[in-house]
Design a protein around this ligand. Structure first.
Ligand code: PEP
Length: 284
């Protein structure tokens, strides 16, 4: 059974795409095209596009329910950190933040220890966190995927108070080999990893909260494969990169997520994950 409070979430990571003008316009279009009951939508533009996205959503009737997220945050609240952006600076611009994306682990050398400090700082300032974890291809081929992801979850949440974490923490399982490659994981493999993640959360003291924390899949999600993931009861939505820049794709992805949300709430005709309990239709 799917715990009552587990939301269905679709988050778009725009990476280093869109100027502020483009971001505002794209946010409005996506908000209009994805106004589906029961799905929490989050758009994560570049830092410089956050205000434009907020303004764009505020100007759009369907934008009221769309959350805005940053793609990164510094682990300190302020200081001599040239070029960085802190959690308090994001307040008023974003309510969500992505932490530990594999592109930052790769390009900025982010470690689990650093990511845990970002998670803690974001939470301290009231931001909701999407924590990304996922193995490299060589690690999967060596049969080490579970071990690697388990260690990332443990390291990235080191020192985090589990109490009430389901209200602000979401985990995105993003196998590195699937990101931006057009080669997605299989739904069953993503669901198996979601179980590993929840089991790990349990060992960290998250216990029931581990069952209530949403686990998303990310990695080449598109309208063509979203069904495979949303049909898995263990998967609560998607973190979408490339396809989140395309309104047609986002419309189809959120529509499919909406079927799962409705099925969980007992109000829909299907969705492949007909949990008997309701889902959190909260906005971002
Ligand atoms: C991502 O940026 O988190 C991502 C999953 O990208 P893509 O969907 O393009 O693989």
């Amino acid at each position: 059974m799917i715990p009552r409070m587990r939301a269905v979430i679709v988050a778009g990571n725009w990476k280093m795409h869109t100027t502020p003008d483009e971001a505002g316009e794209l946010a409005r279009t996506i908000a209009r095209r994805t106004d589906v009951a029961g799905v929490v939508r989050v758009l994560c533009p570049p830092f410089v596009g956050l205000q434009a996205v907020r303004d764009g959503l505020a100007a759009e009737p369907a934008g009221a329910g769309v959350g805005v997220g940053a793609q990164n945050v510094h682990h300190e609240a302020s200081g001599a950190y040239t070029g960085e952006v802190s959690a308090p600076m994001l307040l008023g611009l974003a309510t969500w933040v992505i932490a530990g994306h594999s592109e930052r682990r790769r390009d900025a050398g982010e470690t689990d220890a650093l990511i845990s400090r970002k998670v803690a700082r974001a939470h301290e300032h009231g931001l909701r966190v999407i924590l990304c974890v996922g193995e490299q291809l060589a690690e999967r081929e060596a049969g080490r995927a579970d071990e690697v992801v388990r260690a990332q979850v443990q390291g990235s949440l080191d020192g985090i108070d589990p109490a009430g974490a389901d209200a602000w923490l979401t985990i995105a399982y993003e196998p590195v080999w699937a990101i931006g490659t057009g080669r997605n994981a299989r739904g069953a493999d993503a669901a198996a990893m979601a179980a590993v993640i929840r089991e790990t959360l349990g060992t960290l003291g998250f216990e029931d909260a581990g069952e209530r924390i949403a686990v998303l899949y990310g990695g080449s999600v598109s309208s063509a494969n979203i069904d495979e993931f949303m049909a898995e009861p263990a998967i609560d939505g998607a973190l979408v990169g490339g396809a989140s820049l395309k309104p047609d794709e986002m419309a189809a992805i959120v529509a499919r997520a909406g079927l799962t949300a409705q099925a969980r709430a007992g109000t829909g005709r299907g969705g492949g994950s007909a949990g008997s309990a309701g889902s959190d239709a909260a906005t971002g």
